[in-house]
Design a binder for this molecule. Structure first.
Ligand code: GLC
Length: 740
């Protein structure tokens, strides 16, 4: 529809209709199977409010959405189509690894492929927009939603944010916007703006207290990347920033997001966040909440009646300028127009296509390759890869048969479609011994038929499982222990103060390792865990996160060496939870810890080391790589003359593999304290045995910019160090200077 026609439509709409466009209701109101996400809420929408809604969340299915759209438009006074939005976080029916795992691939193209397939499947099922990617920098493993993020680093998060937005929407065209009406594309709603990933104490929905500089230099960059990539929507976060919740934070939503970042799309609250303005103590009632939100620049009210029951009155009373309302409504109409919904309100919803492409072989293959590339080999004392012949392996643990390995935000992933480790073993006809060994959870949940057991029977059953596992371990040459978090132990409202594996699994590890030291732990998790003891006792640790639909196949591909692991940690594994939040790009402090220096008065603990158990950027391979000394093309760079920093990488082992060469930069002296190093580039290179390749990074002045003492975003002349290596702990250093 031409812009002028949109204007005419807006002019012709009643005030009530305009308000309706800013109301998002759950699909629940249009059908019985809608998926209610976020806090339950008794909203009390009237039928009239539902009939005038602008968007719907949580419903999916081509037939269902076509039916809802058709009936809705027939009833709507101007027959304005709904936008169907929902959470497609790491895949729709074909489920990919959780986003935290995907970021460990250090391969944004992988995330783009996953997002593109997710968009195709969801679009065929009738979806128009996904509430993804989540790009909250996450440095606190206690917080459950680290599983949705791209980890602890702003630059890496930004690379994956861009990749996901382009995967969902396609690349921006010359006009600066993506072709959302194109087949198999859906709009991307980046979230949660801003800094939701820094809750105090890692406790979900808790307060966020950040300096302006930390907000700008650490937490905003990935959102900026997503907006620059053309994200259609931005979801405001639940948390306060500077004591103001995002949904009422005019400075954040209008000054920073719209003016500074140039975002012209639609903003939406998180679930019931307008109501939460009352609980935060900013609004005395829903009318005040509506006023604060619309003034702050919030377009869509997700699942509260604040807008639907108050906005019309606020305009009529002159409290809210109707022009403000019109701006928000026009943005929603423009999004519907960009999606092509005025011409084709059903967009790609197609039952035949839905049946054909969901879980098709091509998508399964992509899920299997992606999963294998996200695994991080944390330890390997020569026990991996396993031998195909002449080695008896016992697969033990509650995750061997577990098919619920697709992450907590995969509401549309199904266990029956998912390949567990046991399924993969059976599919390959690998003769092996399996044993569950223990329940999935400490309270016994996960034991077959546990509901009908009393405590004594539970204990007896647990003891029997343990004995069976020990027997299996004794009879094998090696043991693969599949342990770790169930998917329900991470995600939203799943903060954990103790980030260890369940005690029952720990007992299993000790019992098995006592009779057979050749233990490989396959670790499932939605967050970095405290795995000191596990890591000490196992001869190998492969972290597989929550690997998705093809997880079992991908795990066996790596365990048996069909695929060489290449993942690198995008989030540090802490020494213990007391170290959290821990991050490689910390500030030096005035008394920096000097390894090896025995001196009390330096920044350290009495009881644990400063360094994490496994650092950001770390991950092993089945082959070895040599990285030469870093060389700079010049020791002086200017704003106009970048320098190049290079190394040569060689595969010195005997199998093909990938190394992720990482570039970190330190600003040695500046107007404010700067991190001891920051990731500024990475290149993943696949090399045949014996093959070597030069890897070069262009170091530009833009890379050196930060928010200085004057709060201006700029670089400052002076001395810098560049580090190039295969983890954030590399000491392969080259120095240079920035001059005018
Ligand atoms: C949830 C989440 C958000 C999600 C929304 C809609 O509470 O915070 O990430 O997109 O509700 O499901």
């Amino acid at each position: 529809m031409e812009q002028n026609k949109l204007q005419e439509l807006l002019l012709d709409m009643s005030l009530k209709e305009k308000v309706g466009q800013l109301v998002q209701v759950s699909g629940f109101y249009f059908e019985e199977e809608g998926v209610l996400t976020g806090p339950e809420n008794t909203v009390g929408f009237t039928q009239e409010e539902i009939d005038l809604a602008g968007t719907v969340l949580g419903s999916i299915g081509a037939e269902r959405l076509r039916m809802i759209q058709k009936k809705f438009m027939e009833r709507h006074p101007h027959h304005i189509p709904l936008i169907f939005m929902l959470d497609i976080i790491n895949g729709y029916r074909t489920v990919f690894p959780i986003p935290l795992a995907q970021s460990c691939s250090f391969d944004p193209a992988l995330a783009k492929r996953c997002a593109s397939i997710a968009a195709k499947e969801a679009a065929a099922a009738g979806a128009h927009v996904t509430f993804s990617p989540m790009v909250d920098v996450a440095r606190d493993a206690r917080w459950g939603r680290v599983m949705e993020s791209g980890g602890e680093d702003p630059f890496l998060n930004g690379c994956f944010a861009r990749a996901c937005v382009e995967g969902y929407q396609g690349k921006k065209g010359a006009d600066g916007s993506a072709d959302l009406a194109a087949k198999g594309k859906i709009g991307s709603c980046v979230k949660h703006f801003a800094a939701y990933g820094a809750p105090e104490a890692g406790r979900e929905y808790n307060t966020v207290e950040l300096s302006e500089r930390t907000l700008r230099d650490t937490y905003l960059p990935p959102y900026r990347e997503a907006v620059d990539a053309g994200a259609s929507m931005v979801m405001a976060s639940f948390n306060t920033l500077n004591r103001v919740p995002s949904a009422a934070n005019k400075r954040l939503m209008r000054e920073i997001l719209r003016k500074e970042m140039g975002f012209g799309g639609v903003t939406i609250s998180d679930w019931a966040a307008f109501d939460e303005l009352m609980y935060h103590g900013l609004a005395g009632n829903r009318k005040e909440a509506a006023y604060l939100a619309v003034e702050a620049g919030m377009d869509i009210d997700m699942m509260t009646s604040c807008y639907s029951k108050n906005l019309e009155q606020l305009v009529r009373e002159g409290c809210v300028d109707e022009a403000l309302l019109d701006e928000a409504v026009m943005r929603v109409l423009e999004l519907k127009n960009a999606l092509g919904l005025f011409e084709n309100p059903f967009k790609d919803a197609d039952e035949l296509e839905e049946k054909e492409i969901l879980l098709c072989d091509e998508h399964r293959k992509a899920a299997r390759c992606a999963a294998a590339e996200t695994f991080v080999l944390l330890k390997n004392e020569g026990i991996l890869p396993l031998k195909r012949e002449g080695q008896k392996v016992a697969f033990i643990g509650p995750h061997v048969e577990n098919k619920s390995i697709f992450g907590v935000w995969s509401m549309f992933g199904r266990e029956e479609d998912t390949v567990s480790i046991a399924d993969a073993l059976r599919q390959r006809g690998i003769q092996t011994i399996t044993a569950k060994g223990c329940a999935m959870f400490d309270n016994g949940r996960g034991l077959e038929g546990e509901s009908g057991l009393d405590i004594d029977q539970m204990d007896e059953k647990a003891q029997r499982l343990l004995e069976e596992a020990v027997e299996a371990a004794e009879s094998a040459d090696a043991v693969v222990l599949a342990l770790g978090e169930h998917r329900l132990l991470s995600g939203e409202a799943a903060s954990r103060a103790q980030i260890t594996i369940p005690e029952c699994q720990r007992r299993l590890l000790l019992a098995v390792q006592e009779v057979n030291p050749n233990v490989v732990v396959v670790l499932f998790s939605g967050r970095p865990l405290d795995i000191r003891e596990l890591s000490e006792r196992a001869k190998a640790v492969l972290n597989v996160w929550q690997p998705g639909t093809e997880g079992g196949n991908a795990i066996l591909d790596v365990l048996y060496g069909d695929t060489n692991p290449s993942g690198k940690l995008s989030m540090s594994f802490p020494w213990c939870v007391g170290q959290v939040p821990v991050c490689y790009s910390e500030l030096s402090t005035g008394r920096p810890y000097m390894p090896g220096r025995i001196y009390k008065f330096q920044s350290q603990y009495l009881d644990i080391p400063n360094r994490p158990l496994y650092p950001f950027g770390f991950g092993m391979s089945y082959t070895d790589f040599y990285i030469s000394e870093a060389v700079a093309s010049d020791s002086v760079m200017t704003r106009k003359k970048p320098i190049t920093v290079s190394v040569t990488v060689k595969n010195t082992g005997n199998v093909k593999g990938a190394e992720v060469v990482q570039l970190y930069i330190r600003d040695c002296v500046a107007s404010v304290a700067r991190p001891v190093r920051e990731l500024k580039g990475f290149q993943k290179v696949w090399l045949e045995p014996g093959e070597e390749r030069e890897v070069s990074f262009s170091v530009t002045e833009e890379m050196l910019r930060f928010t200085g003492a004057d709060m201006e975003y700029a670089s400052e002349n002076g001395r810098f160090c560049a580090y190039v290596g295969n983890s954030s702990e590399t000491q392969n250093e080259v120095r240079f200077e920035l001059k005018n």
